[in-house]
Ligand binder design. Structure first.
Ligand SMILES: Cc1ncc(COP(=O)(O)O)c(C=O)c1O
Length: 492
């Protein structure tokens, strides 16, 4: 029987330090043997103390894939904290979690309803499973040039047209911190008795403040994956999958997590999940509250700088915007005549400030529990100075005119599953002559980052024309092998 443990404990880290302190001679992996066999160039940087914790599977350190001891205890504490029936640690990012969630609910030829602006891990999961995606278009804020959430009405329509779907996947919140009405979506989806799967990569902190959108499980979702590494204290690659029993086949989820993860998961990474959970349980509310307060101040200051705009609660109520995570600071720089990428370069080169991402009109900054007043002030001062001294000459009106004058084409007809298209024989043809052919790659324009074509979809005249107009306007293309889009890869 496992000893009784509390949220203040870190069962996995404790077991690891006991093993190291016992002085046992390691005749096991990893080969660097607590750093002694590692080249000094790296060994000095990482340090012997850290490297001693780079351990391997053994009875007292448990097994991620069949946990019964300290890893099970650590995962159970995470489940208790997040209100899950089961939580699973992941060392292959939320990417691995999303693969496993999709593989759990959908197999070859099963339908799964997903947003059209799905992260590549969702498309990857669909390719691995052989499922057929039914795409929903998210709402778009043309002024900001970014995709917002998918509305409950859009989900309802997709389900009405596809009552045989095996599940609905929602991205919530988005990278930019925009949340949809997930509770309402869950109610709608559950009338079909299928699971709601949430890509909650950007939401491991939501449970710890009433100022943040509702976390997936609290909205009634069946399963979610969170990038603990992105927002809170775990190391890069570390993620958690949380689920509720009922609509999720938990043994199948376990075996799918095994399928997509290493048999040699890194113990330091897993321990960082254990400790991040303990930190959130013991200090999460204060730490997240401080990040929210800091973000409020930063947003207020930025909106006082001529030429810059940081959207906030005034956009709540717009299509696809039910609530917001204020710690995502999206700064729209088009008022300075700059593209997001240009602002990113200036901020990095002149002010040593690195953004999380940039797109056509915006740069995104994350304020987390790792930031303090000093960082916040540096950011605001850098933006103030950039706005004063680095305005560009760019005129975005042509681009905006295009958006206002043409309508987004219909989601193309899905002829093959993405998996069939990917593994089929492919060839390249001139894009202009590709109407009627089946696309074998993803073609996305930024903004707003919603694919116009996905593998397995029939290319129409409408889509070709739309792409050509966006190209003429100078939008950034992502996805195709030939990014000039003179040619496109199609299924033979
Ligand atoms: C919306 C979304 N989902 C999933 C992922 C994948 O997460 P990870 O990097 O933890 O694998 C990302 C990563 O940026 C993301 O933005």
């Amino acid at each position: 029987m496992l000893p009784v443990i509390a949220q203040t404990d870190t069962p996995l880290l404790t077991a690891m330090t006991h093993y190291v302190d016992s002085g046992t001679i390691p005749f096991h992996t990893p080969g660097h043997k607590q750093g002694k066999g590692m080249h000094p160039r790296l060994e000095h940087i990482l340090g012997r103390e850290t490297l001693a914790l780079d351990l391997a599977l053994m009875p007292e350190l448990d097994d991620l894939h069949e946990p019964h001891g300290c890893i099970k205890a650590a995962q159970d504490l995470a489940a208790e904290l997040y209100g899950a029936d089961h939580s699973f640690f992941g060392v292959n990012g939320t990417t691995g979690g999303i693969y496993a969630m999709i593989l759990t609910i959908a197999g070859p030829r099963d339908k799964i309803i997903v947003p059209r602006n799905a992260h590549r891990s969702i498309i990857g999961g669909i390719i691995l499973s052989g499922a057929v995606p039914v795409f929903m278009n998210p709402e778009v804020d043309i002024d900001l040039g970014i995709a917002m959430g998918v509305t409950p009405e859009t989900v309802e329509k997709a389900l009405r047209q596809n009552p045989d779907a095996k599940g609905v996947l929602i991205i919530n919140p988005t990278y930019y911190g925009v949340a949809t009405d997930l509770k309402r979506i869950v109610e709608i989806v559950h009338t079909y008795d299928i699971p709601v799967v949430v890509d909650e990569a950007h939401g491991p902190h939501l449970r710890f403040s009433s100022r943040l959108p509702l976390q997936a499980l609290d909205a009634g979702a069946d399963i979610c994956a969170q990038s603990t590494h992105k927002i809170v204290g775990a190391m890069t690659q570390c993620s958690m999958v949380h689920c509720r029993e009922g609509r999720i086949n938990v043994p199948r989820l376990r075996s799918m997590l095994q399928l997509v993860q290493s048999t040699s998961p890194n113990y330091i990474l897993m321990a960082s999940l254990d400790v991040a959970r303990m930190q959130l349980a013991t200090e999460g509310r204060e730490l997240v509250a401080r990040a929210v307060e800091l973000s409020d101040w930063v947003r207020w200051e930025i909106n006082d700088i001529p030429g810059l705009y940081c959207f906030g609660t005034e956009r709540v109520g717009n299509p696809g915007v039910y609530s917001l995570d204020p710690t995502k600071i999206t700064v729209t720089v088009k008022g300075l005549g700059l593209r997001g990428a240009e602002a990113e370069r200036i901020l990095r080169q002149r002010y040593k400030v690195q953004v999380e991402l940039s797109d056509m009109y915006n740069v995104l900054f994350l304020i987390t529990l790792g930031d303090g007043e000093k960082e916040a002030r540096t950011l605001v001062e850098a933006l103030r100075d950039m706005a004063l001294n680095h305005g560009g000459q760019r005129d975005f009106s042509a681009l905006e005119e295009i958006y206002n004058s043409i309508t987004y084409p219909e989601v193309p007809e899905q002829v093959l599953s993405p998996r069939q298209a990917l593994f089929g024989n492919t060839c390249k043809v001139p894009f202009r002559e590709a109407a009627g052919k089946i696309c074998a790659e993803i073609i996305t324009f930024y903004p707003p980052g919603i694919p116009l074509l996905c593998p397995g979809e029939r290319i129409s005249e409408d889509v070709i024309e739309y792409c050509e107009r966006l190209q003429e306007a100078g939008l950034h293309i992502s996805g195709p092998e030939d990014y000039t889009l003179k040619t496109v890869k199609v299924v033979e």
